[in-house]
Design a protein around this ligand. Structure first.
Ligand code: SAM
Length: 285
């Protein structure tokens, strides 16, 4: 069954008595080549567990099932479950779970299904909650190998931005702590039903197995990034001293110690710079 075919999508949904739910960010793919490409790019080896978030009616799920050893798909919309039971019936390596991904105990879920295999995430993410889901995955403590997601094009630009560019933001600096993101390809809004307002892009994040730089105080590292980007137009010294209990003098000394100008803005600092800044502040409190 071609689960990207518009008449198939409509028939399955009518039979199940459901319609698209905007509040769940439901924009289903209607071009079969796209889930094929996403699944191809999701990981380099087949022997793995792939966690899919938001399978919808299963167009990407079936491509993942054909390529990878085990697929666990977490779908929030109860109305889609009877459809998935039908469309996934022929794939005995797929498990569908009716849950909100943000409420799933990820380490427990992975422990149950991974069987020691490497773990990847693959998803056409619901756009209303893209960044929280990415942060939930990254901060879960689960050792994901790759995270391949379709997201809004402008969020994709943020994830791959270089320090100093206008797209560089808090999410870029935090992401750089966990891994390296690469934009794979763009997908136009016309490839979905209903069509979203903006174009999308597929991004693959390769997570570090060993992080290249680890702050002594991770909470401070995060707080610094949050504070620095909350008031983007201010200098880092002004933005951080307004939010955190560090004097401007100490912050100027910290910037000098890591080779930065005291008037620098937060968007100029790389992840490594934030780690070094946090460490200086930890050591010189
Ligand atoms: N994978 C399908 C596709 O590519 O056509 C559907 C993708 S659609 C953009 C997003 C999917 O995520 C929907 O099926 C939606 O119901 C589901 N979803 C939304 N919020 C979710 C959440 N918090 N947890 C799990 N699934 C969610």
């Amino acid at each position: 069954m071609d689960l990207c075919n518009l008449s198939v999508i409509k028939r399955l949904m009518t039979e199940a008595g459901i319609t698209f739910r905007k509040e769940f960010g439901q924009n289903f793919l209607t071009n079969r080549m796209i889930p094929e490409d996403i699944a191809d790019n999701c990981a380099d080896t087949a022997e793995r567990l792939v966690l899919e978030i938001g399978p919808g009616i299963g167009c990407l799920t079936q491509e993942l099932a054909l390529r990878y050893k085990r697929v666990v798909a977490v779908e929030i919309d109860r109305g889609l479950i009877p459809i998935l039971e039908k469309t996934m019936a022929e794939y005995d390596n797929v498990t569908v779970i009716n849950e909100d991904i943000m409420k799933v105990d990820l380490p427990a879920l992975i422990e149950k299904y991974a069987d020691g295999m490497p773990i990847s995430v693959c998803a056409n993410l619901p756009y209303y909650i893209t960044t929280p889901i990415l942060m939930y995955l990254l901060e879960s403590g689960v050792k994901f190998d790759t995270v391949t997601v379709m997201i809004q094009n402008e969020v994709a630009a943020r994830l791959v931005a270089k320090a100093g560019s206008s797209d560089y933001g808090a999410i870029t600096a935090v992401l750089g702590y966990y891994g390296r993101a690469k934009r794979l390809f763009k997908v136009s809004a016309g490839c979905f039903v209903p069509a979203p307002k903006v174009d999308s892009a597929v991004v693959r994040i390769d997570l570090y197995s060993e992080k290249p730089y680890v702050p002594k105080d991770e909470a401070l590292f995060r707080a610094l990034i949050r504070a620095a980007f909350e008031m983007r137009r201010k200098t880092l010294v002004n933005a951080v001293s307004a939010k955190l209990p560090f004097s401007k003098e100490l912050l100027c000394a910290a910037l000098k110690a890591i080779g930065q100008d005291e008037n620098v803005r937060g968007e100029r600092l790389s992840t490594e710079d934030y780690v070094r800044l946090a460490d200086y502040l930890t050591e010189n409190k």
